[in-house]
Write a protein of this length. Structure first.
Length: 80
């Protein structure tokens, strides 16, 4: 069972939580330097956001702060 359609078919038979675990495991296996294709609709939004940061209209937030706030929102931590 090594072709894409066979694997996909088997994965689609899994319960939802198991499919989510599989998605997470597959995503974790993608090398960090992989060339990930972007959907064509994303380019204008990315350009808009970069321009907003570069012209000072918005400021960035550090990953640790974003992570802490996200985890707190779903009940896995506290915002300090």
């Amino acid at each position: 069972m090594n072709d894409f359609q066979s694997v996909l078919g088997a994965a689609q038979q899994l319960p939802t939580q198991e499919r989510l675990r599989l998605i997470d495991a597959l995503w974790a296996s993608v090398p960090s330097d992989a060339d990930l294709p972007l959907h064509e609709d994303w380019a204008p939004e990315l350009e808009r956001r970069v321009a907003a940061i570069e012209n000072g209209a918005v400021s960035s937030v550090s990953w640790p702060q974003v992570r802490e706030e996200a985890l707190a929102r779903i009940g896995h931590g506290k915002i300090r």
